[in-house]
Design a protein. Sequence first.
Length: 606
Amino acid sequence: MPTRGFAPLARAAATVGWALAGARRRLVLRNLEIFSKDRASSAELRRLGREAFRRLAENALWTVWMGARSDAELRGLFELRGVEENLRPALARGRGVVAALFHLGHWEALARAVAGVPGVEFAVIYQPLRNASADALVREWRARANVALINRHASGAGGFGEIARRLRRGGVVGVLVDQHAGDHGMWVPFLGRMASTTILPALLARRTGAAIVPVFCRATGRNAPKWSVEYGAPIPSEGRSDGAIMEAIHAQLEAEIRRDPAAWFWLHDRWKTPSPNILFPAYRRGWHADDPAGLQPFHILVRTPNWLGDAVMSIPALRAIRAGRPDCRLALLTPPKLASLWAGQSYVDKVFTSLREVPRGRYEAAVLFPNSLRTAIEAWRLGIPRRFGAAGHRRRALLTAVCPESFRASPVEHQARDFLGLARWLGGATDSTPPRLDLPEKPCASKSPRVILHPGAAYGSAKRWLPERFVELVRRNPDLRWTLVGNGAERGANAALAARMGAAVEDRTGAYRLDELAALMAAAAAVVCNDSGPMHLAAAVGARVIAVFGSTDPSRTGPLGEGHRVLRVPVECSPCFLRECPTDLRCMKAVSVEAVERALREVLTS
């Protein structure tokens, strides 16, 4: 076929390919949206995508045509630039050159041109093709162009050793750097978005002293096909980290892409995020970004627990997720009753209280702390592509990855470790730091002698110490100032208690939002309560807690942190974890007023 027919055939192939390649077309458009950062219209992105398809089809035709021809037959098609200005000075250092190669322009023209420098050996690191016949054909073409191939999977003398020998002999070794490197790469910015990339050019430069020279291929022919292949200016590597070097290489590529966007290979999923490792601490090579503030955000939506205590215990996991990548923007979908808990929290960027408020198409990952089927359906309805959580209640099919049981808390571990295990499974860095709620710098000028009382427990009466014993505790300590707190549903019960407690008690039941209650507790001398959500809230703001346990296990749900007192008398039926006691509430009756009073005085005098 004459080469003059390549252009119309490429246009026809691109038209058909664009119409039929649904998944790839969507990938191209998504990649171009990242590139444009919302500056281009949908029509402009589609036009650019079709042009990228046309270039790719034309390159494929020229690749087959060139592969069967000798260098003499191709003379005049390539213009090689930057050899005397950039390549030879870099080679004069005597340590070889690492050529940073990209899927930019016409790849076959690039391969045939770069090896055309007299007296210079050129090799490229490659990955064998799965199709043996196609792999043999590519090998034949590269041999005709005097390009040596080094198998990237080879070990020992055939892999890194061969690369090092060629560099020591003053050769050039090419490395493709604009492909997704998966779990083995380092995350660096590319077109404003974090992408996993190989650090091989930086590693070779650091270990062998080789210079790093980027190579670009540009189409220059107007009336006839012609390509310019340029060895660019060396990228400084001495004294720089691997991440800084790779970011500098990608900056050069970005400049070329912006000059001619359709010339790059947009069909590759360059910004792929492995599942479930969406957070960076799990990656051995970590991440690097000179300007994290300039990155496009990676939006994560977390469905919080429905209970106050569980929500507080999830705080360390939320902090680990937020700190897990520099581009993370963390939003919470939470019940309205818990919305004020998250007000002003430094690790939370947005709070939603209903599904209708969450923008569709914005969030790239959803983390589901509750185990319910409903929360999985919510994330699926929002169209979030990655949905993570425990297997839960018949919802495996709605999750893109299920947290293994080995990451969850065992029956003898604290429930907070359940949330931390999920964050750790996602790749986050977790530790044993107890939950800490952010508060204003000075919630109160100094500690008050006020003691907070919370006699309720939303889960059920089996978790509540006897009301008359709260009354007796207050009457036995009239020298203390007491504040009675609770939610709106507890107003009646607490009002009856306050009437029996006397003037020493101020009843503020239902008067505070959760953030206000947290500030009040942070300023109190102590908090006396049951195993409840406010108990965890008090511990999370640094208050000293005296907690009465009966039907539950403090090793699983006790207050976290230092300075707390947990009172529990083991009985044969405890812990039963029931909402209502089926017998005589003996576990709570076994905790005496004297024991609680003694613990309170110890806390106040310590």
